[in-house]
Design a protein around this ligand. Sequence first.
Ligand code: ITT
Length: 203
Amino acid sequence: MNKTLLIATTNQGKVREISEELKDIDLEIKTLKDYPEILPPEETGNTFFENALLKAKYYAEKTGLLTLADDSGLEVEALDGKPGIYSSRFAGEMASDEENIKKLLELMKDIPEHKREAQFICVMVCYHPSGKYIYSEGIWEGKIAQSPRGDRGFGYDPVFLVKELNYQKTAAELEMEIKNKLSHRGKALKALKEKLPEFLKTL
Ligand code: ITT
């Protein structure tokens, strides 16, 4: 039976990555572009999980659809885990990716190469309007570059040096297919996909 899944994110970078990854599963995909009248909820949670659950539940209840939402962000070791759950609004409520990157590089200008470790985290929740849900998590390790490089991806990608590539390339220099294999969101999505068939049977 063909079911509908709403990918509930206002971030077009995430929409591109998630729909690419889900293209081979038997679900009719909708996005928030199909529901322009629904305003985003306030992200009031204290953890990635709380925010992902809050978003998935909100959109599932508004649309009556099985809904996938994630909360993700960058944790920088030398900044005690900042920007963390505040990644998208690090430089202010409506901050652009460029402004967030600028603030991060400014805060890290005196931090030497060997202390620039960081990780992206993603928690993904798939929520059914009946209240049932499943979730998964993914982590991607790297280092913060001294200056931005590359024009793919979104967010902090231009300053995230990828560990798997020996810190020689930023995430913004990767083909989407490669990023999806390595990234926190790719890993969380893969783990969720594995749980999905069983979950769909319970609905
Ligand atoms: P939604 O809440 O609507 O999904 P958002 O962009 O506000 O969109 P988050 O609250 O999850 O999403 O914030 C995630 C932020 O963390 C995002 O805006 C980026 O700044 C950063 N981020 C997350 N994943 C990233 C990735 O793969 N590459 C670069 N930056 C990323």
